[in-house]
Design a protein around this ligand. Structure first.
Ligand code: ARG
Length: 457
């Protein structure tokens, strides 16, 4: 039976019930609804609506319900209730009769659903933070294993300058750290309790909302009842934080898919996270990474969905807002499994050092070094850049790397070039020169890893 039958004389259509009911989605708020209801029982007892005994009977029944449903979760959906709040209330009435009908005094499903969802965001948010931290640890461990494995760094997907695999890992460590800070920040802002805001104007019972907020582990109560029941910023912020993080994961996935390709062959992925082709026996496909890249799209879709649903909604609650949960739940599930999968991919990843080094040695990745050498001999950088461009054209024509030109040949481009040019053109020299904060020189990478690890402690 619906909670609101009295006002109606006709039956609602079956199609309307199917369209309107949110239980198939919001059943996931069951635990939060029970916890919120227990806190609400105390709140209405504190203002004399129910006696201490009634309050304790209600709480006992709610706790029993929690145990029963955990034992057999299917009873929620089998109930055919309109939403999770109706389910909990009906189940309570089935247990304690008329007393159960007192619980909703002074409360609305509007402040109730806002509270349930914020509680859910807090607990899922904490689990997501833990997953981000595991991925962070996995990246740091990989950075440590491969800190000196040389590979080409790219711009425009053209080989640009040599870097190390450890340096590549540390770039994603920076991104994950920003993701962690963004999520923690969003959760701090969402740490306010809407309960006691009623339908929109505030509850009519003069209770201590600070105590109610504290009972539910929120940092404080919300301060305006209209905003309390209509605010979904926490949903938007979780979706946007997830979207930015998925953007990072998708870039990491794309880098690794390329590194794993037959053309690059800088890394090998573990059998644990790859699959074969039904037709081509030789294939080992990077499915895990492709799915991370692919799931990014649906996460962005949910962000745009909730922003669009909320756009121009008049204050306060509108049923449009019931559409907030499906996207959010999918975002949180997708983000969580992608974080776990990314960590698993990294844990089994091997760098094919000889191939990666060979690629770094090709493609004239030491051209900048030759220009810097000319600068060190007094040539202005712009002129040096031009000269080295000519050397590269000649080298391509001869199909040799820069360092295979003889000194006499090099002197035809710039007479100031001497024998001391050659040590400047080695991979080791290219890396060692970048010994500045944030650079790819090995001591910088080692220092960065050590600093990150000590920050963890
Ligand atoms: N199932 C609803 C939701 O998810 C609960 C709030 C219903 N409030 C109302 N006034 N109909 O938003």
């Amino acid at each position: 039976m619906a909670l609101w039958g009295g006002r109606f004389q006709g039956e609602t259509s079956a199609l309307f019930k199917l369209f309107n009911d949110s239980l198939p989605v919001d059943y996931r708020l069951f635990e939060q609804d029970v916890v919120g209801s227990i806190a609400w029982a105390d709140a209405i007892a504190s203002v004399g609506i129910i006696t201490a005994t009634e309050c304790s009977d209600l709480k006992t029944a709610l706790n029993e319900l929690l145990v029963e449903v955990n034992g057999d979760p299917a009873i929620i959906l089998a109930s055919g209730a309109e939403d999770i709040h109706s389910f909990v209330e009906s189940a309570l009435i089935a247990k304690v009769g008329d007393l159960g009908k007192k619980l909703h005094t002074g409360r609305s499903r509007n402040d109730q659903v806002a509270t349930d969802l914020k509680l859910w965001c807090q607990s899922e948010g904490a689990a997501l933070l833990a997953r981000l931290e595991s991925l962070h640890a996995e990246l740091l461990a990989l950075a440590e294993r491969e800190f000196d494995a040389v590979m080409p760094g790219y711009t425009h997907l053209q080989r640009a300058q040599p870097i190390t695999f450890g340096h590549w890992c540390l770039a994603y460590v920076e991104m994950i750290e920003r993701d962690i800070s963004r999520l923690a920040d969003a959760l701090t802002r969402a740490n306010t309790c809407p309960l006691g805001s009623g339908a929109l104007a505030g509850t009519a019972y003069k209770m201590d909302r600070h105590a109610l907020a504290a009972a539910l582990n929120f940092a404080s109560p919300t301060l305006n009842s209209l905003d309390s029941v209509s605010d979904r910023d926490h949903v938007v912020e979780l979706c946007s934080t997830a979207s930015i993080s998925m953007m990072h994961l998708s870039r990491m996935a794309e880098d690794l898919i390329f590194f794993n390709s037959g053309e690059a062959n800088f890394i090998s992925l573990s059998d644990e996270v790859t699959s074969g082709s039904s037709l081509m026996p030789q294939k080992k496909n990077p499915d895990a990474l492709e799915l991370i890249r692919g799931k990014t799209g649906r996460v962005y879709g949910s962000l745009v969905g909730i922003l669009t649903t909320m756009k121009a909604l008049p204050l306060a609650y509108n049923k449009d807002m019931q559409e907030d949960k499906e996207g959010l739940f999918d975002v949180v599930d997708s983000w969580a499994i992608c974080l776990d999968m990314a960590a698993l991919v990294l844990s089994g990843l091997k760098v094919n050092r000889p191939n990666a080094l060979l690629a770094a040695q090709q493609g004239y990745a030491n051209s900048t070094e030759l220009a810097d050498y000319l600068v060190s001999k007094g040539m202005p950088f712009r002129e040096a850049h031009h000269v080295v461009g000519e050397v590269v054209v000649a080298a391509i024509a001869k199909q040799i790397p820069l360092e295979e030109f003889s000194l006499a040949e090099l002197k035809t481009f710039a007479a100031i070039i001497e024998d001391d040019v050659y040590p400047n053109l080695t991979i080791e020299a290219c890396l060692a020169k970048r010994d500045v904060l944030g650079g790819t020189a090995l001591p910088q990478i080692q220092q960065a890893i050590a600093a990150k690890k000590s920050a963890l402690k």
